[in-house]
Write a protein that binds this ligand. Sequence first.
Ligand SMILES: Nc1nc2c(ncn2[C@@H]2O[C@H](COP(=O)(O)OP(=O)(O)O[C@H]3O[C@H](CO)[C@@H](O)[C@H](O)[C@@H]3O)[C@@H](O)[C@H]2O)c(=O)[nH]1
Length: 389
Amino acid sequence: MASALLISEVFPPRNGGSGRWFFELYGRLENQNFLVAAGTATGDKEFDSAIDHQIRIRRLALSSEHWGLRSLTGLKFYYQSFQGIRRIVRDEGVSQIHCGRCLPEGVIGWLLNKSLKLPYLCFVHGEDIQAAMESRELSWMIRRVFSSAEVLIANSHNTARLLIAHWDVSVDKVQVLHPGMDAERFVPAERDRSFCAAMGWLERTVILTVGRLQRRKGHDVLIRALPLLLKEFPSLHYVIVGEGEERSELERLVTGLGLSDHVQFLGEVDDSTMIQCYQQCHLFALPNRTEGSDIEGFGMVLAEAQACGKAVLAGDSGGTRETMLVGETGIIVDCQTPEALADAIQHLLSDGDRLEEMGLRAREHVAITLDWRVHVEKARAIFNSIGDQ
Ligand SMILES: Nc1nc2c(ncn2[C@@H]2O[C@H](COP(=O)(O)OP(=O)(O)O[C@H]3O[C@H](CO)[C@@H](O)[C@H](O)[C@@H]3O)[C@@H](O)[C@H]2O)c(=O)[nH]1
């Protein structure tokens, strides 16, 4: 019988930081019994049947466009999700609930707590609480979630600071658990000429960004920085892995600036192609900036790139600086303007030796501090502290 139930709309095979985090972490917690109530995704049946560790997955229609309780859609969504998950709880003898986000999963946890007295913890990613600050209704709901949760797991010290400073959460309730990467899969590699030739990267200086195409990730700022860099680095090539709502806007920007030969959209790629991209690029950049209230909670892609032996550049917003040794394995840049970003890239690319040294140090740093295996014991202790696992 399962004793802990994780509720997460985002879960592989759907791409997204929180889903990968849970899949990698829970799959490594041996001798614990986890059931996951996950949102549906294309290819989920094949994915679920191929899983070879102890987590078991039940797929539910967990997505709603309206997370508030006031609309009919919102009410219907919470009612149906609550009923579906309550059935799982009863059938499987669940004794504690793990909520993948504050909304909507945290609210479902809170409802289960009120009706069945089940203890719950909630993961907090940073952008979720920032966005909710703009809505009185969502703020009200999140405050309920926080008040009855036994533990709030923050993905960075920055997220923990926001919880304590803006949401009046007591320090004792917050635990920081960084996401990470698999240092055995994300590894440095020699130059692979055939891969680079196939990608059209031979004789090119490649800057890579991996992540959903969202405003806060700042792809547009890097695209605007390219014309400032091309005089000095005419072979510069910006490669974008990932998909998202900003795709057509970014493509328009590239065409408008006449940069079609210098920007390559790869869309969503499988893990092995993505790892090759990390390995074969010259510099990894996540030029994130605060967009409205949207911040980058942590940035697992920065950990993955460093594991592949790359120096990283990240925007100065949210918890990205916690992924690196600032100045030694990566740099933090104010990415509000293309000029500042171009300046920082120019400095990094002009000193190949330093870039290489930073990459070596980056690999060493994340393998010691951010590998999933490092986080397992802390996660186990947190989970054990709230229930009777
Ligand atoms: N294979 C593949 N993987 C992808 C692709 N695009 C993104 N990913 C994977 O999706 C994950 C993205 O994670 P983050 O960089 O952390 O960003 P996020 O999706 O915005 O995640 C949110 O939650 C994380 C965990 O709390 C936070 O780290 C992050 O800042 C943000 O809040 C990474 O593991 C990355 O490898 C793709 O096209 N292909």
